[in-house]
Design a protein around this ligand. Structure first.
Ligand SMILES: Cc1ncc(COP(=O)(O)O)c(C=O)c1O
Length: 343
């Protein structure tokens, strides 16, 4: 079977993560996170992110977003986010339903918010008839595979601080952003009040961390995590996954590799007729526009998402286990298809 370019979620679990889970399967351990694995994993993430607050392990990225945003939002407050934000497009309205909040969306080129774009949604402030913007949610790396630079993050953080807004960072692909920027987890974390640090798309089976940067924001987190059904009873198996990813910086090596495979794919597309790369390739995704007939032809053999049917844009994603040979075989198919039909 050919390698999927559909999602980094299509990849299996990294063997080292699987081994760590198996190794954790010895005897009994206290439940709900009162175990040595959880202490070690959360302690290490806390250290790497320089968080003064706490770290909470959860089961999935949507849960991390709901928990993280819930820690920052007042009951009458709304979230400013990009139209393309995962919380807006792909979480079944979880934030609206579970937190009872309103998402104030902004069309954002390249998936990135800026202070100017955020400012557009502040006009109703102080008006009791309007949901009050309380939190800005950004995604790093973004849903279209771009990354905020540290300077861009700083601008957003400073603007939000000056405007009385809190910052939540959806870091389902934070590792890919760190790999792209060549920065530490702490360099990214310092620009948010609360952020998620994704394990699943980075080689874990099912674990994400919610990092709360200041202790005062963490007070209700244990209770909200439970209410949101993100408190795993056999927490040691979640923690073991992160222990494996953190060991010898496997998380960074996995992300660097996935990013390099996306860069290889992009490089191989250069000069192919009728293939237009849509965004800078800065993580593990390549978005491209091509003829719908070419898309249909390619999908006979390969798995990937059509991102936007109306504009004929597809998303090709790599993962920690994508090989150079997978990319080269895929490129050969793209080249053959691109040359086979009149453009
Ligand atoms: C940017 C981003 N955030 C959050 C999520 C949600 O993760 P999950 O599917 O584990 O709930 C995803 C999943 O694709 C994502 O791409």
């Amino acid at each position: 079977m050919t390698k999927s370019f559909g999602s980094d979620n299509h990849a299996g679990t990294h063997p080292a993560v699987m081994r760590a889970v198996v190794d954790a399967n010895t005897g009994d351990a206290a439940a709900y996170g009162a175990d040595a694995w959880t202490e070690r994993a959360t302690g290490e993430i806390r250290r790497l992110s320089c968080a003064q607050g706490e770290v909470f392990l959860v089961l999935n990225g949507s849960g991390a977003n709901v928990l993280g945003l819930g820690l920052l939002l007042g009951r009458h407050e709304a979230v400013i986010c990009a139209e393309s934000a995962h919380i807006n497009t792909d979480e079944c309205g979880a934030c609206e339903r579970i937190l009872g909040t309103k998402l104030l969306t902004v069309p954002a080129p390249d998936g990135k918010l800026t202070p100017e774009l955020i400012a557009r949604r502040l006009s109703g402030r102080g008006d009791e008839h309007c949901a009050q913007p309380g939190v800005v949610a950004i995604t790093q790396a973004t849903e279209v595979g771009t990354c905020y630079s540290l300077a861009e993050l700083r601008k957003i953080r400073d603007f939000c601080a000056a405007s009385g807004l809190r910052v939540f960072m959806d870091g389902a692909r934070l590792a890919n952003a760190a790999a792209h920027l060549g920065c530490t987890l702490a360099d990214l974390a310092e620009h948010a009040d609360v952020l998620s640090f994704g394990g699943t798309k980075n080689g874990a089976m099912c674990v994400e961390a919610v990092i709360v940067m200041r202790a005062r924001d963490a007070v209700s987190a244990p209770f909200l995590r439970k209410q949101h059904m993100q408190l795993s009873s056999k927490m040691r198996f979640l923690a073991a996954q992160f222990i494996a990813l953190l060991d010898d910086e496997l998380w960074l090596r996995n992300a660097r590799h996935a990013n390099a495979m996306a860069a290889r794919l992009q490089a191989g597309l250069a000069g192919l007729p009728g293939v237009e790369v849509m965004y800078p390739v800065q993580s593990d995704a390549v978005f491209a526009r091509l003829d719908p007939r070419h898309i249909a032809e390619l999908r006979r053999e390969w798995t990937f998402h059509v991102w936007d049917e109306t504009t004929s844009v597809v998303r090709w994603m790599t993962a920690f286990d994508t090989d150079e040979s997978d990319v080269d075989a895929f490129l050969a198919s793209i080249a053959a298809v691109a040359g086979s039909l009149p453009v």
